[in-house]
Design a protein around this ligand. Structure first.
Ligand code: OGA
Ligand code: MN
Length: 329
C-alpha cells in the first residue's frame, strides 16, 4: 500500500522530546489526515509548538475537540473572563474584568505560585487530563519572564535506577491541589489537612498510551505515597522531581509572539510556569488553555471509574490569618 502524502513537518527541539510543527493553517478547516499526523507527533514528542497559529477562542476549542472530550474550567475562585466558554481555561494574570491583578491581591499571586512547580494538569481530579493546548494572546515584554518549561518524564523514568523502579512498582500516590499550592506558597492553607478535602489517587508510573513507554507520573501534586509517611513521601517526591527536572530532560518554550500555541500530553511530560514576579502586577500575560480528558485505560487512575467530582478547597486560603486577627484584635 502506498503511504499517504504527509503534509506536516516536525522539527525536533531537544534530544529526546518536543518538536515544532509546520504546515497547519488554523484559519481553514483541518482535514482528519492532518489531525492524524498531529496525533502521531504528540505521541512521539510529548510537546508540540505551533508558532503564529493565531487561533481565536472558537478555533482553539474546536481544534482541541479533535483530540478528545473537552474538560471545562472548574471556576473555583472566580467566574473567569469567559464564563460562556467553559472550555477556555483563563490562566492569565487578569481579573474577570480584564485588568491586571493588583499587588494588593496577595492571594491570587500566591495561588499562581503552584503553577511554578512541576506538574501535570488536573492530576488532582479523579479523571486525569490528557492534552493541554495553551495559547498566548498577550505576553510580557522580553526578558521579564513568562516562559514555560517542560520535562521529559518518560525518558526520566527510563533512566531511573532499578532500585527506584522496583520501589515505584504499583505505588499509589495521594494527590492534592492544596498540597501543591502550599508547597509553593507556605502561607496558604496553613492549618489545613489535605485529607479533609479532595484527594485523587494515581499510580506513580503508567505506560503511556500512545508510545507504550512508561511515564513517571509523580509531580508536585503528590502529597503522600501510600504506605509511607508524609515526611518520607516529601523526600521521595522531591528526589524524583529533582531527577526528572535535570537540565538534560528539560526544554524551555519561549513565547515569541501572541498567536503562539503549545500542545502537550500530560501523561507523557511535566511542565511548569517560570517565575512571574517581574511581570505579574505590571504587564499583561493573557494565556488561555483548553484540555481534553484522558480516555485511555488509566484515565481514572486508582479512582472509582465513572465517579467524577471537582476539586474541593477551603474558601479562604488565608483563613488562619483572620482567625489570628480575631484572637488578637
Ligand atoms: C497551564 C500552565 C504554564 C504557564 O496553563 O497549565 O501550567 O507558563 N501554564 O502559564
Ligand atoms: Mn499547568
Amino acid at each position: 500500500m502506498m503511504s499517504a502524502q504527509k503534509s506536516l513537518k516536525f522539527k525536533p527541539l531537544h534530544a529526546t522530546f518536543a518538536a515544532e510543527v509546520e504546515g497547519i493553517d488554523f484559519s481553514k478547516p483541518i482535514p482528519d489526515s492532518v489531525i492524524a499526523e498531529v496525533q502521531e507527533g504528540i505521541d512521539k514528542y510529548g510537546v508540540l509548538i505551533f508558532r503564529n497559529a493565531n487561533m481565536d477562542n472558537d478555533t482553539h476549542v474546536s481544534f482541541t475537540r479533535r483530540f478528545g472530550e473537552l474538560d471545562s474550567m472548574p471556576f473555583i475562585r472566580r467566574r473567569g473572563r469567559f464564563p460562556d466558554q467553559p472550555h477556555i481555561f483563563d490562566v492569565s494574570n487578569l481579573d474577570d474584568s480584564g485588568e491586571i491583578v493588583k499587588n494588593t491581591d496577595r492571594v491570587t499571586s500566591m495561588l499562581k505560585k503552584g503553577n511554578e512547580l512541576w506538574h501535570a494538569d488536573m492530576q488532582y481530579h479523579p479523571r486525569r487530563d490528557k492534552y493541554s493546548l495553551l495559547r498566548a494572546v498577550e505576553i510580557p515584554p522580553k526578558g521579564l519572564g513568562g516562559d514555560t518549561e517542560f520535562a521529559d518524564s518518560r525518558t526520566a523514568y527510563e533512566d531511573l535506577s532499578q532500585e527506584w523502579k522496583n520501589k515505584l512498582k504499583n505505588l499509589i500516590c495521594d494527590c492534592s491541589l492544596i498540597h501543591n499550592r502550599r508547597l509553593a506558597a507556605p502561607d496558604l492553607y496553613k492549618d489545613v489537612d489535605p485529607y479533609d478535602w479532595s484527594i485523587s489517587h494515581f499510580k506513580a508510573v503508567y505506560p503511556h498510551e500512545g508510545s507504550g513507554r512508561n511515564n513517571l507520573y509523580v509531580t508536585s501534586y503528590v502529597y503522600r505515597f501510600q504506605g509511607y509517611s508524609v515526611e518520607e513521601s516529601h523526600k521521595m517526591r522531591e528526589e524524583l522531581i529533582a531527577h526528572g527536572s535535570q537540565p538534560k530532560y528539560v526544554y524551555k518554550v519561549a513565547w515569541e509572539q501572541p498567536g503562539d500555541a503549545v500542545m502537550w500530553d500530560n501523561t507523557a511530560v511535566w511542565h511548569r510556569a517560570l517565575d512571574a514576579s517581574e511581570y505579574i502586577f505590571k504587564y499583561r500575560r493573557d494565556m488561555r488553555r483548553t484540555n481534553t480528558y484522558d480516555n485511555g485505560p488509566h484515565a481514572w487512575g486508582e479512582n472509582e471509574v465513572g465517579k467524577d467530582w471537582k476539586v474541593q478547597l477551603p474558601k479562604d486560603p488565608l483563613a488562619h490569618e483572620s482567625q489570628l486577627n480575631r484572637l488578637v484584635g
